[in-house]
Design a protein around this ligand. Structure first.
Ligand code: SF4
Length: 226
């Protein structure tokens, strides 16, 4: 497949060394552009919505980086955007594993649980950090109307079932955006299966306010919008 039309076209950034993206491990971070949500609080909106603005990191660049640096790392973090929206994600993960022989952790908003299940079943990632945005009834506001409360609940419940069956593979995070109250955060904590804790992350405001006038054009497809 032509690299420009494949998932490799979404590879738009790398952080060579991170001490915090995979708690307890040193990892590099690969950024895959594109997202199925429109969170007004997104701190990485160019990666999520305007990846064309960002330079492509070629497959060869990625390979050469991993060949040179894998020995100094404990893992690879895949983030975005939303990695589960990237076509051919499995091939990218397979290549990273093949070249580096490192474990992979993937960040996700949890709205495409079937993809997470697929990746898990194929053994293409060891760890999934899944965001719980807040109470389900706040998902429409928290995601720029990209997801309904009902779809959010159904998708997250599928993720929680996966997590219960594979507790070592999942952890959950919530970013304390300004519209969430303490009560909202307690509600979100209550969604988690027994034995899981919700990691609360401080909110980092976007570098600039972004208009949502073009949200209709960016709105995701699939089962998420009423
Ligand atoms: S899920 Fe929301 S916060 Fe995360 S990358 Fe997508 S738009 Fe940004």
């Amino acid at each position: 497949m032509n690299e420009n039309t494949s998932g490799w076209n979404h590879l738009r950034g790398i952080e060579p060394l991170s001490l915090c993206d995979w708690p307890g491990r040193t990892s590099c971070v690969f950024f895959l552009g594109g997202c199925n949500l429109n969170c007004p609080t997104c701190h990485n909106f160019d990666m999520a919505w305007n990846m064309e603005k960002l330079p492509i990191l070629s497959r060869d660049d990625m390979k050469s980086f991993l060949r040179n640096r894998a020995q100094w790392l404990d893992g690879v973090t895949i983030t975005g955007g939303e990695p589960t929206t990237v076509p051919g994600l499995g091939e990218i993960l397979y290549e990273i594993r093949r070249i580096s022989d490192l474990p992979i952790k993937m960040d996700s908003n949890g709205m495409l649980p079937e993809i997470l299940e697929d990746i898990l079943r194929q053994g293409l990632a060891e760890k999934f950090a899944v965001d719980v945005k807040g109470p389900y009834d706040k998902y429409p506001a928290l995601t720029g109307r990209a997801v309904t409360a009902d779809a959010a609940r159904k998708n997250m419940e599928k993720v929680f079932v996966l997590a219960e069956a594979n507790p070592q593979a999942f952890y959950f995070r919530l970013t304390a955006v300004p519209t969430l109250t303490d009560e909202d955060i307690e509600t979100a904590k209550g969604y988690l299966p027994d034995g899981f804790e919700l990691t609360i992350q401080n909110y980092i405001p976007p570098r600039r306010e972004h208009a949502h006038a073009d949200n209709e054009a960016r709105r995701p497809v699939g089962n998420m919008v009423d």
